[in-house]
Design a protein. Structure first.
Length: 140
């Protein structure tokens, strides 16, 4: 995915017209990267929380304790992408911290996929996040 494709994905996502099949991991990262160009991290998380929930509803994905929006994963990826916001999208897409499996290095599967982690930020239980200062987790 290049920057022009990312812009089109962001535009379609914001309009809730992005086909569900195109809402891939890379699309999530591109939307986050695009959003961070105009907003701070906390504002991006707040905006994406509402936007993803709304997008899910439009595309028939239920936001429940086991599906749909996931707060901890959203905040994780916003923070991960924020490390590259001034770089090309390719830096985000090739970063080890932005892979689909990266969060599982920091959280146990049980915690990461719990209803609690889906509903609110939970601190990592396996390893400190790479961007955390002094071993602190990302604030809620």
């Amino acid at each position: 995915m290049d920057e022009s494709t990312a812009d089109a994905v962001l535009t379609a996502f914001r309009a809730r017209t992005l086909p569900k099949v195109e809402w891939t991991h890379e699309a999530h990262l591109a939307v986050c990267w695009g959003w961070l160009h105009d907003h701070e991290v906390d504002e991006t998380v707040d905006d994406l929380r509402a936007a993803i929930r709304s997008y899910n509803e439009v595309t028939g994905t239920a936001n429940t304790e086991t599906s749909g929006y996931h707060e901890t994963l959203t905040r994780y990826y916003v923070e991960a992408v924020a490390q590259f916001v001034d770089q090309p999208l390719s830096a985000v897409l090739s970063s080890p911290t932005c892979t689909r499996d990266a969060p599982i290095l920091h959280w146990s599967r049980e915690l990461l996929f719990s209803a609690e982690a889906r509903a609110k930020w939970v601190e990592s239980d396996l390893a400190t996040l790479p961007w955390a200062k002094s071993g602190a987790a990302v604030p809620a």
